[in-house]
Ligand binder design. Sequence first.
Ligand code: PGA
Length: 275
Amino acid sequence: MFANPIIIANWKCNPVSPKEARHLFETVKKELRLIKNAEVVISPPFVWLSLLVSQNNSLRKSLGKLKNPTRQTELKLAGQDCHWENSGPYTGQISPLMLKNLGCEYVLIGHSERRKHFQETDEIINKKLKAVLKAWLKPVLCVGEETREASDSNGQPGDEMSLVVGQQIEKGLNGISSTRVADITIAYEPVWAIGTGNACPSDEAMKAGLFIKKTLTKLYTRSIAERVRIIYGGSVNSRNAADYVKGANMNGLLVGGASLDASEFVRIIKNVADR
Ligand code: PGA
């Protein structure tokens, strides 16, 4: 159904200077020249977006002049969050329309760090998702349980993942029509795996992916559920990336820490793209 995996770099609150942001972006862009079958998205801090849009345009021109320009993979841009209104008296906020007008294609919504440090509830996330869809941007809805499922006395896994993820999806997608839900990508990011080096075993990620599909089927229909991309995030690196995309049937990856190292990020992309 989805031809190419999507790999999204979540730079979070890094790097701290425009020079470093440009350097990281340019290194990734140049290395991508030989990769064809992947959709690659960079989600930098808001303040570097505009800079990277212009850099992307000028690099596209200069790389296009090379001998083999057709093998160039586009680098797309994403916001890390946004407000639910397009403009108005909301000091400090960035709106979906601003991101759209700047040239972003995606926006991360409901990342666990936003839920935890900025008290974002499922209701707020639902408002943001609707605003993003209204601006014709593509939201990446992040979901995931805080603690790892403990096994019960019979060695069977508990139901922490399904309880938390089920609720985050049902409340997050409340009121979102079946005609628009396929524009949303769902990122399964167990909080215990984020930034810990303790990545989720791929069979557990696969189980979560199937559960998300089942939840979407319950809320919409099976054929609509099949059209929603489900990706994995949490301590992804070049050694485990293929386990999720090729082994666990994930449609892509959301990469945090490893995306700040250009060579490692490019290795991740190479390991999941069929060249
Ligand atoms: P990580 O972060 O790859 O550093 O674990 C992933 C994320 O928070 O999106």
